[in-house]
Design a protein around this ligand. Structure first.
Ligand SMILES: *[C@@H]1O[C@H](CO)[C@@H](O)[C@H](O)[C@H]1NC(C)=O
Ligand SMILES: *[C@@H]1O[C@H](CO)[C@@H](O)[C@H](O)[C@H]1NC(C)=O
Ligand SMILES: *[C@@H]1O[C@H](CO)[C@@H](O)[C@H](O)[C@H]1NC(C)=O
Ligand SMILES: *[C@@H]1O[C@H](CO)[C@@H](O)[C@H](O)[C@H]1NC(C)=O
Ligand SMILES: *[C@@H]1O[C@H](CO)[C@@H](O)[C@H](O)[C@H]1NC(C)=O
Ligand SMILES: *[C@@H]1O[C@H](CO)[C@@H](O)[C@H](O)[C@H]1NC(C)=O
Length: 411
């Protein structure tokens, strides 16, 4: 077995030995490991150039000791027989660390591993913790369907993307991350999960669901969009957010939310959607909001709706409440399009409705006049009239999927 599967590697070791005796290069770029013996055969390779794939024939406790660096991926996938994965030497995985459908796995022990380009762990059995001391560099993280208790070993200040979903034992996450350059998705984790990003300054896109507490005290800019659906928090604040550059802000179905406050927000680069948050009675938490590049759509049990500084809405304004907001509608109507008798600060259709029992039934991103809430221009503040597709493509597909109807952009 060993000879058969490692023959190419051994040849390559010979070839590479002029440079470095401990750099093992494999022709074809992938070392396939079918047994513990195959892995033991790599003990002399300090650096493995290429990827390592562990097949489903590997069972029980698997140890990959010796190598410090794998320049490519380390993949263990669809393996129902492996119980643990360990290495007391491995420090770096240049590509992806992929553990997928390893349903009998109950431990990862890689205390020295500190750098991985992409970490994909999905359905990894009963692994209780990450088995690392400090993961100081990781660009992309997906952790799904795990029994991890925490992911505190991840200690980075910048990350490209992070997707945490269906991890029922993760109940708290407060990383020191300062910037998220791609998508942040958190949903369906532990009941009452508490999420805090105390140091986050900017993020591209965020979609957060099913959390009971949330805190982003220092977030200043969302470059794309921010969506919060079906959460359990009773109040929400972005105390330091000044703008979303190109995307929507959306709150749908947060059944306990009583307060929504954005004290410094001046611009929403897309649309603003607030719907079916039935405990939210007052929309008065936008004291500085001046510009909404898309539409505003509000559906709920509102008794008060005030936007004191609002002066430009390029899309529609579409409000419907189960309660009486007649006076606020009168005040807001002054900004309606000229064709509706207003001063034109709202460019799309103006609709404002009180005492509509059905107000909460409509949570789509589509406004009464058929427009989507998303803004057309990609943050440039220009008045492009038909840049719908271009504007939308700014938002990641994931976020669009969640708000499919936003594609109906007819500015
Ligand atoms: C995270 O890493 C920084 C250095 O990069 C270190 O100072 C800090 O103590 C680490 N945090 C934790 C919780 O280990
Ligand atoms: C809020 O943003 C300002 C810059 O606009 C920054 O100076 C301040 O430190 C931020 N506050 C927090 C709590 O991060
Ligand atoms: C997002 O906005 C921040 C703050 O303005 C900026 O520093 C950062 O470069 C932007 N990121 C992207 C990807 O545009
Ligand atoms: C909401 O705000 C009001 C006043 O601004 C405050 O009295 C109340 O405690 C807040 N509710 C929550 C759940 O934070
Ligand atoms: C919201 O309004 C609906 C329709 O009037 C009503 O059935 C529901 O009880 C209200 N919810 C709250 C929390 O006030
Ligand atoms: C509104 O939210 C409630 C939970 O508060 C949910 O049961 C209902 O299905 C939601 N309605 C819509 C139309 O999304």
């Amino acid at each position: 077995m060993l000879v058969k599967y490692l023959a190419p590697a051994i040849v390559a070791i010979g070839a590479a030995s002029a440079q470095s005796a401990s750099t093992c290069t494999v022709s074809g770029g992938t070392t396939t490991i079918h047994s513990q013996a195959d892995a033991t055969g790599l003990a002399k390779c300090k650096t493995i150039k290429g990827s390592v794939v562990v097949t489903k024939e590997v069972a029980g406790d698997f140890q990959l000791s010796g190598p410090q660096i794998i320049t490519g991926d380390l993949k263990i996938e669809n393996n129902p027989n492996i119980n643990s994965v360990g290495s007391d030497t491995l420090e770096q995985i240049g590509g992806e660390f992929r553990l997928v459908e390893t349903t009998q796995l109950n431990a990862v022990n890689m205390l020295k591993l500190n750098s991985v380009s992409k970490l994909t762990w999905q359905s990894i059995g009963n692994v209780p913790d990450m088995g690392m001391t400090q993961l100081n560099k990781v660009d992309e993280i997906t952790i799904s369907d795990s029994h991890l208790r925490n992911i505190d070993a991840i200690n980075v200040t910048s990350i490209k993307s992070m997707n945490l979903d269906n991890n029922q034992f993760i109940t708290k996450y407060e990383p020191a991350i300062k910037e998220i350059t791609g998508d942040l998705t958190i949903q369906a984790n532990g009941l009452d999960m508490e999420v805090g990003f105390p140091n986050l300054i900017w993020a591209m896109n965020m979609a957060i669901s099913d959390v009971s507490k949330i805190s982003f005290p220092s977030l200043q800019v969302v470059n794309g969009s921010a969506r919060f659906d079906n959460n359990k928090f009773d109040s929400f604040s972005f105390p330091n957010l000044t703008e979303t550059k190109t995307g929507d802000i959306s709150f749908v179905g947060n059944e306990n939310m009583q307060n929504l406050t954005f004290p410094k927000l001046t611009q929403v680069g897309g649309g603003l959607l607030v719907a079916n948050n039935t405990e939210l009675e007052e929309i008065n938490g936008f004291p500085a909001l001046q510009t909404v590049v898309g539409a505003i759509k509000l559906r709920g049990n509102f008794t008060e709706v005030k936007f004191p500084k609002l002066q430009s809405v390029r899309g529609a304004f579409d409000l419907s409440s189960t309660n009486d907001v007649t006076n606020d509608c009168k005040a807001l109507a002054k900004m309606a399009p000229k064709t509706q008798g207003g001063n034109g600060e709202i460019e799309g259709t103006f609709d404002c409705q009180s005492n509509n029992e059905e107000a909460n039934q409509d949570t789509s991103g589509k406004t009464g006049s058929g427009q989507g809430v998303t803004g057309g221009s990609s943050g440039s503040g220009s008045d492009k009239k038909d840049s719908g597709a271009a504007g939308l493509s700014v938002n990641a597909g994931l976020f669009l999927a969640a708000a499919g109807v936003l594609a109906q952009l007819l500015l």
